[in-house]
Write a new protein. Sequence first.
Length: 386
Amino acid sequence: MTPTLRLVALAAGLALATGAQAQQAPIKIGLMLPATGTFAALGDMIEKGFKLYVQEQGGKLAGRELQYFRVDDESDPSKAIDNVGKLIKRDNVDVLVGTVHSGVALAMAKAAKESNTLLVIPNAGAGDITGPLCSANIVRSSFSNWQPGYAMGIVAGQKGVKRAMTITWNYAAGAETVKGFTEGLERGGGKVIKDLNLPFPGVEFQALLTEIASQKPDAVYAFFAGGAAVKFVKDYAAAGLSKTIPLYGPGFLTDGTIPAQGEAAQGLLTTSNYADNLDTPRNNAFRKSFALTYKANADVYAVQGYDAAQILAAGLNAVKGDLAKRDQMTSAMRKVVVDSPRGKFTISPAGNPVQDFYLREVKGNYNEFRSVAVKALADPARGCKM
Ligand code: BEZ
């Protein structure tokens, strides 16, 4: 063999070896979720759901092992840039999965856009992420904050609500869910007479509940989640308001919280992309598998984590695990019809689920399906230019 031929053979061998190694190396997944604070339980369920789907695929996606890197984001937007930087720069992850809190997720989306890292969002509904910040490398498996709010506004309008008040935290998710509710209610001829706010993650509700009592609206729309939702629902009942002023909310008000809320939650109506007792083979199999694996009941957060893994798998399967084929992968993640425990859904060009929203009622320990509030609801994706 001539020296030139030997060099060519050597280079080809090296290329093959590098390619094979790349195929075998685990895909690095950066889980940025809350492990502490008022949303800790939500983060835990998302992670469990994500890992359950992977486990059901034999522990691999598109034939590749996954290696997890975790950061507790504490639902603290002021630490978000540092936290996401640890995953992108220090750990060099291939895919970011997170998070719950919209303010933290906005920082993640900006970092993902700048570094062109793939980001799958399993909860946070910040409208800007699938609005002005939309990007081919970002997709959400959950909802936009506007969606469940709008669905509940439609339901409230159908129930004849003319004067409503809203109460929530003063941050992106609160403002956006209230906007959705207001738009839905106005379509039915009602209006919001006053919006009440407190800083995140505050739970000092007394003064605001007194104001609700004095205004006597036809209904109250409240967005709180996790530990704060437990306290709000109990305080609302303890103030005697539940007897006279119906309390409505997006599903988060009673998702994963009913045992702790006890009697105060019974009969509450909420709107969500999931209901615990959807009697479909897909949901029944999912709930059984979740219960067997974790000895706990699944909730909407677990579903959204599970579906985040499904969407990622759709992308990876389309490129046989080759992350270098980025465009092909991200386009497959947009084209997938997700066979979710919530029911099948598609992804909009902006990267947000187009999905049914259900009216649910709390009965015992479950958010039970009552009706489809709005079918195939798409977020307006205002300001998204792809
Ligand atoms: C959010 O910040 O987007 C959010 C947090 C908890 C539940 C739902 C939405």
